[in-house]
Design a protein around this ligand. Sequence first.
Ligand code: DQA
Length: 147
Amino acid sequence: MKFLVINGSNLNFLGIREPEIYGKATYNDLVELIRAHAKEKNVEVSFMQSNHEGDLVDAIQQAYFDKVDGIIMNPGAYTHTSVAILDAVKAVKIPTVEVHISDVDSREDFRQVSYIRLAAVKTIAGKGFDGYNLAMDFLIDFLGENK
Ligand code: DQA
């Protein structure tokens, strides 16, 4: 199985941005955590991070050509604004789990709108970095059941 982990805007600033919300660990720490989990689960994983909406759309489209089996995506603030990311996930029809480090549903009202959620097979929020690995476990089961 081949997975792609996509992180959107400001997630490269993990460890620097609002540590009281997102923690002190860095984006590289996050990548290493997920890489170790993928190794344990015997699956392939690659990573992409961008602050630019169009680049995120391009990465989702590229996943189609790369025959990626599942996408784990935290779009950052584009979660709450991007119809383009929603449409890209719908277009490629690759099972996608929406992940948020913080519990978006208990934060400001504007964070309670999610466009990608309309196409995601699952949403995991408020579990910190572990949410990405939980998303991977979910996708492994989901893909096993939907072969
Ligand atoms: C986030 C939550 C979003 O509302 C915010 O804009 C982010 C990070 C999270 O992981 O909790 O950039 O997606």
